[in-house]
Write a protein that binds this ligand. Sequence first.
Ligand SMILES: NC(=O)C1=CN([C@@H]2O[C@H](COP(=O)(O)OP(=O)(O)OC[C@H]3O[C@@H](n4cnc5c(N)ncnc54)[C@H](O)[C@@H]3O)[C@@H](O)[C@H]2O)C=CC1
Ligand SMILES: O=C(CO)COP(=O)(O)O
Length: 342
Amino acid sequence: MKFKTALVLAGGAFGTSIAFVLSQNFEKVIIMVRSQDIFDEINRGENTTYLPGQKLPDTIKAAMTWDEVKAQTHGHVDLIVSGLPMSAIEDFCSRNEQDLKRYLDQGIPLVSLAKGIDHETLKLPDEMFKAHFENYRSQLMYLSGPSFAKEIVDKQITIVSLAGEDKDKLLLACEMLGTEFFKALPTTDVKGVLLGGALKNVIAIAGGIMEGLGYNHNTRAALITRGIVEMLRFGTVFGAKPETFYGPSGMGDLILTTTGELSRNKSFGIEIAKGRKAEEIIKATKSVVEGYKTTKAAYFLAEKMGIRARIFTGLYEVLYNNHDPKEVAREMMVLPPKFDEA
Ligand SMILES: NC(=O)C1=CN([C@@H]2O[C@H](COP(=O)(O)OP(=O)(O)OC[C@H]3O[C@@H](n4cnc5c(N)ncnc54)[C@H](O)[C@@H]3O)[C@@H](O)[C@H]2O)C=CC1
Ligand SMILES: O=C(CO)COP(=O)(O)O
C-alpha cells in the first residue's frame, strides 16, 4: 500500500464508495459517522442503509468521535475526504472546525464531494469551506464528475475531475484517488467544476419530468444540449472556463444523470411528473436529492446576475410555485430564432 490512513467525513452512499476507492491505496480508511446504526453496519462490512449489497473490505472502519479517529489513526492522516452533502457543510464545519484544523495543520489535502449551491447564501462548496479554512485554501479540493456510488464499488471504469488551486497538491490527491477503475483528472478551474456538478442535477430533475410526461430520446437530447448552453451562461458569470463544461464534471455528469436509472435527481423528476408534491417526495427519500434546493439557488442566481436560463426558471416555477410540469417542456419550445447559438 502506498499510503497509510485516509479519513472520510460522513458515511452516505458517495462517501462510502470513495472510501472503497481509497481502500485500494491506503492501509486503513476511517469513515466518521454520526449514527450508531451506520457505525455498526460499516464495521460489519456493508453500509446496508446507504449502499446496500456492496461488500466493504475490513480495512474500512467507522468512528463516531474525534477521540475514536485519533485512536485509530494515531493522530495522523494523509487525506481527508468530505462526503457531506451541501446542506451539512456549514453545520459540520462550524461544529468541528478546531478538530479539522488539527489535521489540516499537517498540510494534507481535504477533498469535498458535494454537488450543489447553497440556496440561502448562493455559495458553492468552495466558499463554504473557505469560510472556515481560508488559511488552508491550497489544500482544499473538489471532486465532481459522472460517478454513481454503486457503480464505483462495482469497479466500473470511472473518470472524474478534481479541482483545486495548488497543482502539486492536486497531483498528490489524484495519485491517492487513482486506481485501475477510478481516475481523477486535475484542473485549477474550481468554479467550472463546481458549477457543472451543481447545475447538472437541476437539468436531471427536468429530464426526469420529461420522461415522466412520456417524452423520449429526441426530447432528452434537446434538454441536454439546451441545458449545457444555460450552464455555460452561469459559468461565464463566475469566470469559469467554457471547456470545463465539456469535460467529466460538465457534459459527462449531465449525460449520466439525465440518462442513468440510478440518478436520484432524475427519479425525483419522474415522481414530480406523476403529480406528487416536491416536499412530500423529499421527506420520503432517505438519500439526498441535491438538485431540489439547487434549483432554488440557481433561480435566484439567474435573477440576481441576469442570466438567461429558461429551463432553470421553468423548473423553479414547477417545484416551488406549483406550475404545471408540462411548462418545463414548453419553456424549451419558446426559444426565439437566434443565429449561431448552439
Ligand atoms: N451518491 C452518488 O452517486 C453521488 C453523490 N454525490 C454527491 O455527494 C454528496 C453526498 O451524497 P451521498 O453520499 O449520495 O448522500 P447520502 O444522502 O447518501 O448521505 C449523506 C450523508 O451525510 C450525513 N449527514 C447529513 N447531514 C449531516 C450533518 N449535519 N453532519 C454530519 N453528517 C451529516 C448523513 O448522515 C449521510 O451519512 C452530495 O452532494 C451528492 O450530490 C456526488 C457523486 C455521486
Ligand atoms: O452525481 C451523481 C452521479 O455523478 C449522482 O446523481 P444523483 O444525485 O442524481 O443520484
